[in-house]
Design a protein around this ligand. Structure first.
Ligand code: PLP
Length: 317
């Protein structure tokens, strides 16, 4: 069977800058890939995945997007913002235990005009079936379902692009390691595919912010294997290529802890805003991990997510 060529994305963002973290006061140089500044409503990492996923939806002549996530999902907020630009309908299935507060991303989802359905954590286990049934119920519409976090072999292509943007810098500056948050695995998968495709000599360290190393190793392997197969990439990805760091989840997804909050406050004083769900845990995890390594230069991917800080005001002050 003929393999598919790589998809043409709907590019609405520009390459993001790489900056050195100034006044850091440590021997190691830390650079930031400022994906938090990228074009669409300062979206963060999700837009890169959606540039490919929504291109796929458009190729399939879909006019409606359905996706899911936590009530404060950055991915869901970015999806509705992207849909508004293209004039697509957008339906969100948001996971919540209690009645959620309309703040942060959820407030934006509502303002941007998403159709929102709240589901319990138990129902969320069957999210793909729930979304598929719902898609069938939308008469006269052709729906495209995007999985949690936009993390599949198509969404991951967005982070191949990110690695392409960083490859020259990494080689020139001799950056030894790239760190990122791992929340649904797509960002890490794309970076890993990009590293292999472009032969970038750098270690790729993902700090998990939920679930387990085993869960993410399998998920990343699956996303990479599907991408290699679908797009006929001439590379191999195996378990030893996947370098994940545990120990920074705390009590669970979206639950901050004191060291993380201190890290967020420290960075805020340097003009960089992290948030408690992903980048706060990942940056703190990077600082602790670096103590065990001999790196001189590292690069942290700032994957954005700024709006969720408003939902954590009580933890942050
Ligand atoms: C701000 C932010 N950073 C990092 C991540 C993690 O990326 P991924 O889901 O691709 O692992 C996410 C989403 O999960 C996010 O919203």
């Amino acid at each position: 069977m003929k393999k598919k060529k790589i998809l043409n994305p709907i590019k609405i963002t520009k390459p993001t800058p790489i900056e050195e973290l100034k006044n850091f006061g440590r021997k190691i140089k830390v650079f930031l890939k400022r994906d938090d500044l990228n074009g669409l409503l300062i979206s963060g990492n999700k837009i890169r995945k959606l540039e490919y996923l929504i291109a796929d939806a458009r190729n399939k002549k879909c006019d409606t997007i359905i996706t899911c996530g936590a009530a404060q999902s950055n991915h869901c907020r970015t999806t509705i913002a992207f849909c508004k630009i293209l004039g697509y309908d957008c339906h969100l299935f948001l996971r919540t235990k209690d009645k959620p507060e309309y703040t942060g991303n959820l407030l934006l989802d509502e303002l941007l005009g998403a159709t929102i359905r709240f589901i319990t954590p138990e129902e969320y286990q069957n999210r793909m079936e729930i979304m598929a049934d719902y898609a069938k119920s939308l008469k006269g519409k052709k729906a495209y379902i995007i999985p949690e976090g936009g993390s599949n072999e198509i969404g991951a292509l967005g982070y191949v692009d990110c690695m392409r943007e960083m490859a020259g810098f990494i080689k020139k500056e001799k950056v030894e390691a790239v760190y990122c948050a791992v929340g649904s695995g797509g960002t890490y998968s794309g970076l890993l595919l990009g590293k292999k495709l472009l032969q970038v000599p750098v270690e790729l360290n993902g700090v998990i912010v939920c679930d387990t190393i085993e869960y993410f190793t399998n998920k990343i392997l699956e996303i990479c294997t599907r991408a290699i197969d679908k797009f006929n990439f001439k590379i191999k990805v195996d378990v030893p290529d996947i370098n994940l760091i545990d120990g920074f989840v705390g009590e669970g997804y979206g639950i901050p802890y004191p060291e993380e909050i201190e890290t967020i406050k420290m960075l805020a004083k340097k003009g960089i805003l992290l948030e408690p769900v992903y980048t706060g845990k990942a940056f703190y995890g990077m600082l602790k991990d670096m103590e065990k390594r001999r790196y001189k230069k590292v690069l942290f991917i700032h994957t954005g997510g700024i709006f969720s800080i408003f939902a954590y005001a009580r933890d942050l002050i």
